[in-house]
Design a protein around this ligand. Structure first.
Ligand SMILES: Cc1cc2nc3c(=O)[nH]c(=O)nc-3n(C[C@H](O)[C@H](O)[C@H](O)COP(=O)(O)O)c2cc1C
Length: 202
């Protein structure tokens, strides 16, 4: 399905080392003619790290949309009753957010947005980046893979020797994954190896 004219919620969580890879994809989304509404977890909106400050991130998001970002649980709640989004993508999605989502926990703006959006039986896409994907989080990812209306940007092990449990999404597949998910389909193959290169997942 074409993304032109679609309202896409883009939820950022605290996988700060992935941020360098998201901006180009978000610019492409804007060029496709999608209307973007950003949602940040409290950690994404407050943690200052070697990858940048929250203000850097918010300033950059402002260049991609006229809609103010959603930064609180109460601001995220209307996504349900007002059916604000055609699709929501958690980009990037931490292990923390994936685990909570799988357990039905709703204690951040991103998780509130996900719950509110799923209430409308509309697609939710996850772009994972976590070094415990094949460890503590495997059971949660398995549960999410088997949940209606939830889809994944294809993901794979990014550095099997140094971080054997780490898996990260192929962020460059964001657009085709969104198009497939809007048709309630998983873009395949969902497990896709990374050819060389190493990302940082902490
Ligand atoms: C510099 C830095 C980089 C991080 N990178 C990741 C990451 O790639 N993946 C991940 O799952 N957690 C990462 N974390 C840990 C999360 O930020 C942490 O689990 C946090 O509780 C996530 O909250 P959220 O999911 O609500 O955004 C990182 C933390 C820091 C400080």
């Amino acid at each position: 399905m074409n993304l032109h004219g679609k309202t896409i919620g883009v939820a950022l969580t605290g996988s700060f080392c992935t941020y360098g890879k998201i901006w180009g994809e978000l610019e492409k989304l804007k060029e496709e003619g999608a209307q973007l509404i950003f949602i940040l977890s409290e950690n994404a909106a407050s943690i200052e790290s070697r990858f940048g400050t929250p203000m850097d991130c918010l300033n950059r998001l402002q260049t991609l949309t006229d809609t103010p970002p959603i930064l609180t649980i109460e601001a995220a709640e209307p996504i349900g009753p007002k059916a604000l989004l055609d699709i929501l993508v958690i980009f990037p999605c931490t292990g923390n957010t994936a685990a909570k989502l799988a357990c039905g926990i709703t204690d951040t703006p991103v998780l509130m947005a996900a719950k509110a959006h799923l209430r409308n039986e509309r697609p939710l896409l996850l772009s994972l980046s976590t070094n415990d994907a094949l460890g503590m989080n495997m059971k949660n990812i398995g549960l999410l893979l088997n949940t209606r209306h939830i889809y994944f940007v294809p993901f794979g092990q990014d550095d099997p020797l140094k971080k054997p449990n780490s898996m990260t999404a192929h962020t460059k597949l964001l657009i085709p994954s969104l198009e497939a998910a809007l048709d309630e389909k998983q873009y395949q193959p969902v497990i896709l190896s990374h050819k060389g290169g190493s990302l940082c997942a902490e």
